[in-house]
Design a protein around this ligand. Sequence first.
Ligand SMILES: *[C@@H]1O[C@H](CO)[C@@H](O)[C@H](O)[C@H]1NC(C)=O
Ligand SMILES: *[C@@H]1O[C@H](CO)[C@@H](O)[C@H](O)[C@H]1NC(C)=O
Ligand SMILES: *[C@@H]1O[C@H](CO)[C@@H](O)[C@H](O)[C@H]1NC(C)=O
Ligand SMILES: *[C@@H]1O[C@H](CO)[C@@H](O)[C@H](O)[C@H]1NC(C)=O
Length: 504
Amino acid sequence: MHFTTLSVLATLAGSSEAFFRISCPGRVVRTRLDPVVTPGSVAGHVHTISGGAGFAPTMTYEGMRVSNCSTCTVKQDMSNYWTPQLYVKFKNGTFMPVPEVGDPEDVTGGMTAYYLQRRGNELNEKLHAFPEGFRMVAGDPSIRSFGNDSAAKAISYSCLSGPNIPETNKMPNYNCPGGLRAQVFFPSCWNGKDLDTPDHKSHMSYPVGQEYNNGACPPDFPIHMVSIFYEVLYDTAKFSDQWEGNQHPFVFSNGDATGYSFHGDFINGWDVDVLQRAIDECTDDSGQVEKCPVLTQFTAQECQECRLPEQVDEVNDGHLDKLPGCNPVTYEGNQVVPQQCNDGIELGIRQTNYIDLTSTKEWEYIGCGRDNIGDRAFTGPSWSRDNTTIESCVDFCSAEGHTYAGLEYKGECFCADKLDFRYAPRDGIMGACSMRCTGNSDQTCGGWAAMSIYHACPENGPCANNEQFGKAKAQSTEVKRATIGAPRALSRKIRTHAREILAA
Ligand SMILES: *[C@@H]1O[C@H](CO)[C@@H](O)[C@H](O)[C@H]1NC(C)=O
Ligand SMILES: *[C@@H]1O[C@H](CO)[C@@H](O)[C@H](O)[C@H]1NC(C)=O
Ligand SMILES: *[C@@H]1O[C@H](CO)[C@@H](O)[C@H](O)[C@H]1NC(C)=O
Ligand SMILES: *[C@@H]1O[C@H](CO)[C@@H](O)[C@H](O)[C@H]1NC(C)=O
């Protein structure tokens, strides 16, 4: 799904240096948070976040390390990687997130993180893993012109439409049939002292002498780290009818229509010893992470099941009248005026993964499970419609005398009397249910091989939704580390279900 070329390597003619590429075939969440720049509060603009499920408004290394999953494939890496979301501004003035290539309905998201063993001038220079608690930002959301220094050159765009199209430092004013890839290369030289600095940059420097992405470290930044580089491939071609002459319709969530202000944030969540071993021992120059035996991998499905609810209570997808926050659209050379902007948006869960039917229908949400098209999870009556709502499926299964209802791939409804453990929602995993129902775009009806599962409440038994990633998560992020872990009531709920699952 992610088309990655090695353009970043092409700048180093003749050299063959080791690197590994970590694919992140899903986003953990898209939300207006930035725990590096504005910890504990709503951020200025919307970010799309990949990596571990320990992502929260306020983060600690320890909290990241106990993540149950990541949207990036390497199991030893619970880091978070994020960039501003790209939107398309339609001719009628509304905005919508630009999906990534291979994700036409914007349900998975994703990116690629490269780890490159770029040594300075000495062949055997020691390259270091990021220490625990390390974080940094590359790029500057406030700029709208080209600075012509390493930091500016580290932001680039690759127009995928055929060979020989040079990379640019702003979004190009021509259509890219294969998509537009936004890229950010992080500085690799550390001052050896600060895990972070107030501007999230001063503890780091780009190498000097050669290029921003290669060369020796300057004396004040003597610790050469592994170089990291992000790629996000947007499916811009599908909006080719929205151009106004030569002006493309794209704008980042911070209002930037130039692209100069693309930026990346990194918070280290690695098992640091493993990362160091990978840097030292993985000498393959193909980039294939499989060739680095120190690292083991999640499947793409596991990555896509690793999601979190939005932790800011606002809508940031679908058709929007304006970009979330105070982010007027700005063009090349425009001054970005910092806005005093209190739009009343606060931290809080935007819960979209289930609806509460406990009092109206006495059915409860069990969670998001899996399905297998060749060996269906639910084998009772089923249908696929273009007007499917959760209620219509639950009513149907209920009328047919079944106790489970599963909604899948936006319009499908399946009934059953038992839940096979192979397909059951897994504790601590939100699951890959992220498609809007065909009959109600405010509801979630499963995903690809993913089923939103509702269950008839047992007579005289408890009737409660699996809120693990709804209200419960909201509380745990407010109280931070102390309450990482599911509330007891929920565990009881899951145990009740575990019994039913085992009995099935
Ligand atoms: C704006 O234009 C887009 C793209 O043509 C369309 O999908 C959307 O419904 C329009 N919205 C309004 C409010 O007209
Ligand atoms: C960037 O700086 C170099 C060296 O000073 C100069 O030759 C080049 O023209 C500049 N490029 C831009 C786009 O300003
Ligand atoms: C939904 O579609 C089905 C089949 O196409 C139809 O029988 C049913 O009446 C529709 N329901 C509503 C509420 O429109
Ligand atoms: C990990 O999963 C367990 C259940 O298996 C859950 O209790 C815990 O809250 C999860 N951890 C995080 C950080 O979400």
